[in-house]
Design a protein around this ligand. Structure first.
Ligand code: CAA
Length: 395
């Protein structure tokens, strides 16, 4: 490695690896098969500080950098991606968004509970007819003087039934396009908030993904985030950081499958020797290792740029685009290396293969990442900064 992880980062990495192996691995197959939410494990994640890692200590968080967060995400994603997506949404979409753009009152009221896992958060942007095209929001929030009246439906909401706090993006003035969009803090217990049935999914099966309906929900004025009309930019800025978390998740999925494939191929014999000694398998391992290393550098660099307060929009999209493709490609290969065993649940790789797919879809599909990257190129960003350069900080 041409840059060093510091002691705190290494300790976080080890703690996450330990937690994933000891607490997440034992029940992960059953939770995945039956779609059981990991309530006890999520409670422990809160207790251990994994749910508010980057939140300032004054609001009850760990005060850590993005690099530490990425390392923890990677380790937890090697084992349980229903837990790691909850962790990613809570840390980088909900807590980060609130701390970066919330008022002092909003931060004091919500962050201490969210950072410790007493409350879980959801990020409610997607709608039945507005996924990639995020400016086409149909959910409305009408200004009623001292409050907004919120009506609409959000879907694919991660932590849909476990969350107590929703960050809801809604249209307040359709005439103004994206400048007529606002973001609101909505409590799940308020009148008019209804959680629909849990989605039955290909992967991350124990993550509670739901549709959420808002019917005449009264949202106090003080629960709007930022200036009037800031909601779309809030969503975009927050998603830029969120994509680093999902890129780390994809990296963890690829790494988990690779570790299993290497171990299995060294044990399993065919034609008188370990299958890892056959070139057909050895070359697959070589390709996996190479692409995972490349993805790792991209993911770590995007976290590093964020920690340096430099522009990370293109870097996080590139990291997510590449790492999610690597995760998909190499989980398929890991199943192939395991042969028939790879096709059964007991060997873990089929679950990682199913989990990998969503990393190419949520927090912006791979096609959306290409839009973000190409727009940054056309704005003049021909290359991303490298680690030891002297670019001016970008706020
Ligand atoms: N930071 C700040 N401002 C930004 C920005 C960013 N990263 N990206 C865009 N903006 C601004 C633009 O500058 C523009 O503002 P001005 O007009 O003042 O210049 C405004 O936002 C509108 O931008 P665009 O014209 O680029 O908007 P667009 O309609 O072309 O859409 C898009 C851009 C990138 C495609 C965007 O719609 C997008 O990211 N779509 C994907 C949405 C997404 O990721 N959804 C995931 C759902 S959340 C989820 O999955 C969470 C979960 O539970 C796991």
């Amino acid at each position: 490695m041409f840059f060093e992880l510091n002691e705190e980062q290494l300790a976080v990495q080890e703690a996450a690896r330990d937690f994933a192996q000891k607490e997440l691995k034992p029940g992960v197959i059953e939770r995945d098969s039956k779609g059981i939410f990991a309530a006890e494990q999520v409670r422990m994640m809160g207790e251990l500080g994994f749910l508010g890692m980057m939140v300032s200590p004054e609001y009850g968080g760990g005060g850590m950098d993005s690099m530490s967060y990425v390392l923890a995400m990677e380790e937890i994603s090697k084992i349980d991606n229903s837990c790691s997506v909850l962790m990613s949404v809570n840390n980088s979409l909900v807590c980060w968004g609130l701390e970066a753009y919330g008022t002092e009152e909003q931060k004091a009221k919500y962050l201490p509970k969210l950072a410790t896992g007493e409350w879980i958060g959801s990020f409610c942007l997607s709608e039945p007819e507005a996924g990639s095209d995020a400016t086409s929001q149909r959910t409305t929030a009408v200004d009623m003087g001292d409050h907004y009246l919120l009506n609409g439906t959000k879907n694919w909401i991660t932590n849909g039934s476990s969350s107590s706090v929703h960050l809801v993006i809604a249209q307040t003035d359709p005439e103004k396009g994206h400048r007529g969009i606002n973001a609101f803090i909505v409590e799940a217990s308020w009148d008019g908030v209804t959680v629909g049935a849990k989605e039955d999914k290909l992967g991350i099966r124990s993550s509670d993904t739901h549709t959420i309906m808002y019917t005449d929900v009264k949202v106090p004025k003080e629960n709007r985030i930022g200036e009037d009309g800031f909601g779309f930019k809030f969503a975009m800025k927050t998603l830029s950081g969120g994509r680093i978390g999902i890129a780390a998740q994809a990296l963890g999925i690829a790494g988990g499958a690779y570790e299993l494939a290497v171990a299995y191929s060294k044990e399993r014999e065919a034609f008188g020797k370990a299958i890892s000694r056959h070139q057909a398998i050895a070359f697959k391992l070589a390709d996996m290792a190479t692409e995972i290393e490349a993805a790792k550098l991209m993911v770590y660099r995007s976290a590093w740029l964020k920690d340096q307060h430099m522009d990370y929009d293109a870097a996080s999209s590139m990291a997510k685009l590449y790492a999610s493709d690597v995760a998909m490609r190499h989980t398929v290969e890991a199943v192939q290396i395991h042969g028939g065993y790879g096709f059964v649940k007991e060997y873990h790789v089929e679950r990682l293969m199913r989990d990998a797919k969503i990393t190419q879809i949520y927090e912006g599909t791979s096609e959306i990442q290409r839009i973000v990257i190409s727009r940054n190129i056309l704005k003049g960003q021909l290359y991303l900064p490298i680690f030891n350069n002297s670019m001016e900080p970008h706020v």
